[in-house]
Design a protein around this ligand. Structure first.
Ligand SMILES: Cc1cc2nc3c(=O)[nH]c(=O)nc-3n(C[C@H](O)[C@H](O)[C@H](O)COP(=O)(O)OP(=O)(O)OC[C@H]3O[C@@H](n4cnc5c(N)ncnc54)[C@H](O)[C@@H]3O)c2cc1C
Length: 392
């Protein structure tokens, strides 16, 4: 299932060929099992392994750790095409590859890369990133989870919630306050904690409206003992690493949202071309064409912007304001497209046997996860005033 898009001219020949491989993989190995994954609440381990074997997980990672040594764009291509097939699977891979693997590549020691990064790239392990807490996620620099020195070790106490992959994670990146005041970036430390470490427990999978094939749970830390070599990067700098990664995280969110919106458009076009009402195909009516035109506009605008921002990130440019604009716009476009595809399908849109209902449930997640729409608006306005002040 290929898509004609004005943005594809921004890809190299190699990236276009890679996209073709990813699309074929999704058709053959993912689309047929989406309902099973939603029922089981997790992707099968063999699927992640197969993706690893085919180079679809670590396409962007250094070759010395089993990666493909390709562009950041290859990861975005996998994100878009995975979300187009199943947004839950995309959420699991988003955490494994776009967040945890990327942090490990950037800050991990050689031993940490061998132990944690290589299995993520192979698809033989999963991971979680633990930031959000029960008392609030938007105010991410005010965790109640702490780590204190005990001899040469650290002791972590606290709890995290809404943690993607927690029920299947082999290791957890845990952000804890080790000094300093709330709302301050200094004084946070990121620890890598293995599943099964005494004192670390994972709650039952949370029942959720969205992303049902991606398991989510609470994680509890009760005097969890970790050593210095389990710190990612340097102590006290963990929140800086988290903040540094936000632009890229939001640009990848743009890729996921484009995939969901494209899936809505695909379904709306095929269904409306077949379904007859009052003796004519639904696609013949201008009220349907209005929906298709709006959906296609949202898809193209989101895709052009995320491609453009991936290229900017590859050049090392700072894209804070634009990344938040992309996250806000593309999530709203995906939510609108998911609402419209349900409408196009009429009663069948509400039946779980069609993907429209799943798309509707999944799209909504992206106005909340990885920084809510309100937080994106706050950033866009703040950065806009900042730019205006500079040019005065
Ligand atoms: C399925 C799922 C998976 C997730 N996976 C992870 C994960 O793997 N790791 C992780 O750490 N977190 C994860 N999260 C957490 C997610 O990042 C948070 O839900 C999100 O950041 C919002 O935090 P909150 O839910 O605590 O809402 P709150 O921060 O309590 O916000 C509640 C409401 O207040 C609004 N608000 C906040 N500040 C302002 C303001 N200044 N003005 C006006 N309104 C405001 C918000 O936009 C929101 O609408 C996940 C969440 C979900 C739903």
């Amino acid at each position: 299932m290929s898509t004609k898009s004005v943005a594809h001219s921004l890809l190299t020949d190699e990236e276009r060929a890679f996209q073709d491989v990813v699309q074929k993989f999704m058709d053959k190995h993912v689309r047929p099992i989406v309902a099973d994954m939603e029922r089981d609440g997790r992707p099968p381990a063999e699927l992640l392994k197969k993706m690893g074997e085919q180079g679809l997980l670590g396409s962007f990672a250094p070759e010395e750790y089993g990666g493909g040594g390709g562009s950041l764009m290859t990861r975005a291509i996998v994100a878009e095409e995975t979300a187009r097939a199943d947004a839950g699977l995309d959420a699991t891979l988003f955490v494994n590859m776009s967040l945890v693997a990327r942090h490990l590549i950037k800050r991990g020691t050689e031993a940490q890369k061998q132990r944690y990064l290589v299995p993520l790239i192979e698809g033989t392990a999963s991971a979680s990133i633990c930031l959000t807490e029960p008392h609030g996620g938007s105010d991410a620099l005010s965790p109640k989870t702490t780590a204190r020195r005990d001899g040469s070790d650290w002791i972590i106490d606290g709890s995290k919630t809404f943690i993607t992959n927690a029920p299947i994670a082999d290791h957890f990146l845990v952000f804890a306050r080790t000094s300093g005041e709330n709302r301050r970036a200094h004084g946070g430390t990121c620890f890598i904690v293995d599943a099964g470490t005494p004192g670390l427990t994972v709650g039952s999978p949370l029942k959720k409206m969205s992303l049902r094939s991606s398991p989510t749970a609470e994680v509890f830390f009760d005097s969890v003992r970790v050593s210095d070599d389990q710190i990612l990067g340097e102590a006290e700098k963990g929140f800086y690493y988290m903040l540094e990664g936000l632009d890229l995280e939001r640009v990848f969110e743009g890729a996921s949202n484009t995939g969901i919106a494209q899936a809505c458009l695909d379904l709306a076009v095929s269904y409306s071309s077949e379904r007859k009402v009052f003796g004519q195909a639904l696609s013949e009516y201008q009220l349907t064409q209005d929906k298709i035109a709006r959906m296609a506009t949202g898809v193209e605008m989101s895709r052009v912007m995320f491609y453009h921002l991936i290229r900017a990130l590859e050049r090392g440019e700072e894209v804070t304001r634009a990344a938040s604009i992309l996250k806000l716009y593309s999530s709203e476009a995906a939510v609108e497209a998911s609402r419209e595809v349900v409408q196009v399908l009429g009663g069948y849109g509400l039946m779980e046997e069609y993907p429209a209902a799943r798309l509707y449930r999944d799209a909504k997640h992206h106005e909340i996860g990885a920084g809510t729409s309100e937080i994106q608006k706050i950033i866009i306005a703040r950065e806009t005033y900042k730019d205006a002040a500079k040019s005065r």
